[in-house]
Design a protein around this ligand. Structure first.
Ligand code: GEK
Length: 243
């Protein structure tokens, strides 16, 4: 099955339901996410770069909310130390069904395991790298501290968490400006105003963005020793935090 179909899901006027990662979304997901998230490809590519820098031998890497495995594939290609297992987890079987991972250019002693599970339940252990690329935003705000605390406890010393998210801004005028710039980006990617507004309505109650300050305060409170924002475009950012 091809994974390069055009996202037309919100093209027609419709009764809008809450967004879910179902079969229809899985079919068009690569097109949907690259045309919706400014800098998505740069973030995936650089997750590989960070993996090359931080993954330790004889350890686990976790790609939490792996969708079709784009980040997992990039990690696998960039790991340059021995005996690493990548554990890629998603709770949508429809998304995992569309994952296409290639073994080209991957070390023989790197293992990939795709798992259908809820990341709130999955144990994390012996981890040198954990990635949350646009996944924390779908976890209830009240459950985020517990999830990141579990990740911190499962990380080895020197281990790295990559966190990429849609964000909001405390100052309403700035927030509004960034939302408009994001919508302008989507228009440039070929989405109509109707598609933009219907997608927004579908995702509003499902994806809850937080400010950068809230993310950083939480990571500090949990005990991460340093935090570095390495990418930001409008209301999207990526950072890495070290244990
Ligand atoms: C990428 N990281 O291509 N447990 C497991 N998976 C979950 C949960 C949960 N509780 N909640 C949501 N998901 C990917 C993109 S998409 C981001 C991540 C987006 C999964 C959900 O099924 C979906 O596949 C993914 O998190 C979020 O780099 O669509 O904006």
């Amino acid at each position: 099955m091809k994974n390069n179909r055009r996202d037309f899901l919100f093209q027609e006027k419709q009764h809008v339901n809450n967004f879910t990662f179902d079969k229809r979304v899985a079919k068009v997901f690569p097109d949907m996410i690259t045309r919706s998230v400014p800098g998505y490809n740069a973030i995936i590519d650089n997750s590989g770069n960070l993996a090359a820098r931080f993954v330790q031998p004889n350890s686990n890497c976790y790609d939490l909310g792996c969708s079709l495995g784009a980040t997992t594939q990039e990690l696998a290609r960039n790991i340059n130390v021995g005996n690493v297992t990548i554990i890629a987890i998603d709770n949508s079987q429809a998304m995992l069904n569309h994952a296409r991972l290639s073994s080209d250019g991957i070390r023989r002693d790197t293992t990939i395991s795709l798992i259908n599970d809820d990341i709130r339940q999955t144990p994390i252990n012996n981890a040198s790298l954990v990635i949350l690329n646009f996944t924390l935003q779908f976890i209830q705000v009240s459950e985020r501290l517990a999830l990141i605390t579990k990740i911190f406890e499962g990380l080895k010393s020197g281990g790295c968490l990559i966190l990429s998210e849609k964000i909001r801004f405390k100052e309403p005028k700035i927030d509004q400006k960034m939302v408009e710039l994001h919508h302008q980006f989507k228009r440039c990617q070929g989405y109509s105003d109707l598609e933009i507004s219907q997608k927004r309505e579908a995702i509003e109650n499902v994806l809850v963005p937080e400010t950068i300050d809230i993310h950083i305060e939480r990571l500090k409170k949990i005990g991460f020793s340093s935090m570095h924002i390495w990418f930001q475009c409008y209301n999207f950012f990526s950072m890495y935090a070290l244990k």
